[in-house]
Design a protein around this ligand. Structure first.
Ligand SMILES: C=CC1=C(C)c2cc3[nH]c(cc4nc(cc5[nH]c(cc1n2)c(C)c5CCC(=O)O)C(CCC(=O)O)=C4C)c(C)c3C=C
Ligand SMILES: [Fe+2]
Length: 507
């Protein structure tokens, strides 16, 4: 496919040439294009001034939506090794015709055994996108992560023990990768699919080592989270950015990111299929509450840092509900947020409160629909299937069901394959799909910048609770907090008393 073919197949889009890694300097902008690009800057600048709608990130996903509406037939991949990619004008692109294609699936990871639970939790709490400390005490993060992971490990391990002694995430994600490889091959693309986990094996670093060994030249990066959150896809992309920057060999690797994909027809359709299948198991399918339960994030992520997660989640639910309705079910539905950690406020309503409220108001049948994750994991198998089910029964709900995770659902996997094929022409390029889609798709740094400025304003849940316990002051005194935190952790480590656990209400 040459440039003109590509532009024809992506009608309405202006494609910009590849730029040197991590520099977004669109060179072939039209006058109108320049105005539009300025618009991106304006959006980003606007976003630093306070808690507003995260338009810029919204548009990252609109860009993805625009890509995703491109039918596969518009992009006809050539057979395997003869794949032609776009000659976008950049020097690097000259190599693209026979470059090996890789797909990197990003996911959270989970402990394989009970012994892995504490070190897994350590990795999680050591992530500055999960716990943000003010600059002056950043150096304490490893110590804090150690204290928190040690305090939480027994409770977490109990949960993992109840689902078979470890997380099923590793094997399920590998199965998804295998299924995606097959689906891509059936669609004409011979690609290697890699799994890169954020907090456990196989780590993202391990995946990238393999990518180097395999001499991959074009990489499509696909976080396995349908909706974008700073704490999930954002964290993985930030790590990737760091690795790509530091590794000489990887700097030649051209890539593109699919930031979120909750709006894709295949994903929405597969979710609607599963919901309708489960509804038929109830005595009165039309009178079942559709109870969407999403993993929560601290409220400040959305309201202060501009995380688009809530907005994308709400849009996702409305698309699924509309699809379910098209199939003849007009059931009432609720969206609630689960898996809160620590004492700060998370997105509301909380799942447990909603279940009790619905029960109190006379709901007798409930179908739980997990939506923020596409594999079974501890929060579906333990939290929903055990804890919330029990709570529902205690709240007077007589009929209970749960929609299974998509795992390797064929419609879903084929849709992911289509998403990869549609993204492939954008590898190493910056795409400006339409007036409504201004955020560059091509470079990690450009994508990350879309949230980075606001992320700096992100208050840490831990910072907040330490504030409450130590100084109960209106203003944050960094030095005092640093000393206090250090003292607490030291006393806890010395005495074995769970001071932090008590403060953070981790039980
Ligand atoms: C979209 C999904 C997820 C978001 C958003 C998210 C944010 C988030 N999570 C924590 C803390 C923990 N998460 C834990 C496990 C876990 N989290 C997700 C998904 C999201 N997290 C999954 C799929 C899993 C399970 C992995 C598995 O092994 O099956 C855990 C460990 C388990 C436990 O102890 O409960 C913690 C802790 C925070 C603080 C956060 C946002 C800031
Ligand atoms: Fe989580």
């Amino acid at each position: 496919m040459n440039t003109s073919n590509l532009q024809a197949s992506c009608s309405g889009r202006e494609l910009l040439p590849s730029t040197p890694s991590h520099q977004w300097t669109p060179r072939r902008l039209t006058r109108r294009g320049v105005r539009r690009a300025a618009g991106v800057e304006q959006l980003l600048r606007r976003s630093t001034t306070g808690p507003q709608k995260p338009l810029h990130l919204k548009q990252a996903s609109v860009a993805a939506a625009a890509l995703s509406t491109n039918s596969v037939s518009a992009f006809k991949p050539e057979p395997a090794e003869e794949q032609q990619s776009v000659q976008g004008g950049g020097g690097n692109n000259q190599r693209s015709a026979t470059d090996k294609v890789g797909v990197l699936l990003l996911n959270l990871g989970g402990p394989d055994t009970l012994d892995d639970v504490q070190p897994f939790l350590y990795n999680l709490f050591a992530d500055p996108d999960i716990i943000r400390l003010p600059g002056a005490i950043k150096f304490l993060q490893p110590l804090l992560a150690y204290a928190l992971s040690t305090a939480r490990a027994p409770k977490s391990a109990e949960g993992y023990a109840s689902i078979g002694g470890g997380s099923p995430l590793r094997s399920l994600t590998q199965k998804q990768a295998d299924a995606l490889t097959v689906s891509l091959r059936e669609k004409g693309l011979n690609a290697n699919v890699y799994v890169g986990m954020r907090y456990w094996h196989p780590y993202t670093e391990e995946a990238l080592e393999q990518i180097k060994r395999d001499n991959v030249g074009r990489l499509v990066i696909l976080p396995l989270y349908p909706q974008f959150s700073i704490s999930t896809s954002g964290s993985s992309l930030r790590l990737l950015e760091k690795i790509l920057k530091e590794d000489q060999q990887l700097q030649g690797l051209r890539h593109t990111v699919i930031p979120s994909w909750y709006q894709r027809k295949g994903y929405v359709g597969a979710m609607a299929d599963l919901i309708c299948q489960e509804l038929t198991k109830f005595p009165d399918p039309q009178n079942v509450e559709l109870f969407f339960s999403a993993h929560g994030v601290p409220k400040s992520y959305v309201e202060e840092a501009g995380d688009p997660y809530k907005e994308e989640m709400e849009e996702c639910i409305s698309l699924i509900v509309a699809e379910v309705k098209r199939r003849g079910y007009s059931n009432h539905h609720t969206l609630a947020y689960q898996s809160r950690v620590g004492p700060v406020e998370w997105l509301q309503p909380y799942t447990e409160d909603s279940i009790m409220e619905l029960g109190k108001n006379g709901t007798k049948s409930m179908l739980a629909v997990p939506v923020s994750f596409v594999s079974e994991h501890i929060e579906t198998l333990e939290e929903i299937d055990m804890e919330y089910r029990e709570l529902a029964e205690e709240s007077g709900i007589e009929h209970w069901g749960r929609v299974p995770a998509l795992n390797t659902n064929q419609l879903f996997i084929d849709d992911l394959a289509d998403a990869v094929l549609e993204a492939l022409p954008y590898v190493g390029m910056v795409a400006k799909p339409s007036d409504a889609s201004l955020v560059p798709q091509g470079e990690l740094e450009a994508l990350l910048q879309a949230y980075d400025r606001e992320r700096r304003a992100l208050p840490s849940p831990v910072c907040v609770c330490v504030c409450v316990c130590v100084c109960v002051a209106e203003t944050w005194n960094g030095r005092l907090a640093m000393v206090a935190l250090f003292v607490i952790v030291t006393i806890e480590l010395a005495t074995g008393q769970p001071i932090l656990r008590t403060i953070l209400e981790l039980d």
